[in-house]
Design a protein around this ligand. Structure first.
Ligand code: OAD
Ligand code: ZN
Length: 248
């Protein structure tokens, strides 16, 4: 373990262009449920009932109820050591960007600046008819909320199943993955495309991957180092180690 951490710290400090790819697991220790684990959201809810354009057309109120329930959990959640350590690595100029599949905004809350959100953000809503977008300061009470410009229904500004990812974010993610000489892949099951393909770009370029995930994924055997631990626990040790090196 200690050995592994030292190797990881060396890889991080020796990297020229470090990028992180994160998924729901990075926020698990902040109390936000993941999608596919034992207590995962997709064990209790069916994605096709709540996270598709069709579901929204059929029952916008129910979809909004589910999203506002999640917003309540996220509102209470604090960034954990994983978010905080990644933010510190960016501040030190080591980490160049975070590509995240999360919609919870916890990376930004921890102080990260360059965050590429592949699946949108739960704190934004957008009009189903016009170009109106709104940053939600509070959790909408009167649901489904309506557009202030044209009166049509607002929808959460997140990516649903069957929808394309935001072009600019996706292009940036491909660009960063191609440029990365080291990628930290944290808390993602790598079961959803195109996000799941990003670490394989890094491998194809003969660059390095550190995976941090208590469970095995399709990447585990191919990664340069696989850490079978929780994200916050791992990053607490990593950043402490880097601090100690700085102080010596
Ligand atoms: P998943 O729920 O599919 O996977 C979470 C991953 O985190 C699993 O591999 C777990 O083993 C791991 N994990 C759990 N606890 C952890 C911890 N404390 N530290 C580190 N890892 C931990 O979530 P994602 O891979 O993010 O998309 O899912 C991808 C997409 O599928 C989501 O963005 C969402 C979902 O459907 C949309 O809604 C479009
Ligand atoms: Zn509108």
């Amino acid at each position: 373990m200690e050995d592994q951490i030292e190797k990881i710290v060396n890889l991080i400090l020796d990297s020229n262009f470090l990028v992180a790819l994160t998924g729901a697991g990075v926020s698990a220790e902040s109390g936000i449920p993941t999608f596919r684990g034992k207590d995962g959201l997709w064990k209790k809810y069916r994605p096709e009932d709540l996270a598709t354009p069709d579901a929204f057309k059929r029952n916008p109120r129910e979809v909004w109820e589910w999203y506002t329930w999640r917003m309540k959990i996220i509102q209470k959640a604090k960034p954990n050591y994983a978010h905080v350590c990644l933010a510190e690595l960016e501040k030190k100029g080591i980490l160049k960007a975070i590509i995240t599949q999360n919609v919870d905004g916890l990376h930004q809350k921890a102080g990260s600046k360059n965050v590429i959100e592949l699946h949108g953000n739960i704190w934004r809503a957008r009009c189903t008819q016009c170009d109106y977008k709104e940053y939600l300061q509070t959790i909408p009470q009167d649901i489904p909320p309506k557009c202030k410009k044209c009166g049509s229904l607002l929808r959460p500004d997140v990516v649903w199943f069957g929808e394309p990812l935001p072009t600019e974010a996706l292009n940036m993610a491909f660009y960063l993955s191609n440029k990365a000489d080291l990628m930290l892949v944290v808390g993602t099951s790598l079961l959803v495309q195109p996000a799941a393909s990003l670490p394989f770009i890094v491998l194809k370029n003969n660059n390095k991957i550190i995976e941090i995930n208590p469970n095995e994924t399709i990447l585990s055997k191919k990664a340069t180092i696989t850490v079978r631990m929780k994200a916050a626990e791992t990053f607490k040790i990593i950043c402490k180690h880097i601090e100690e090196l700085n102080n010596n």
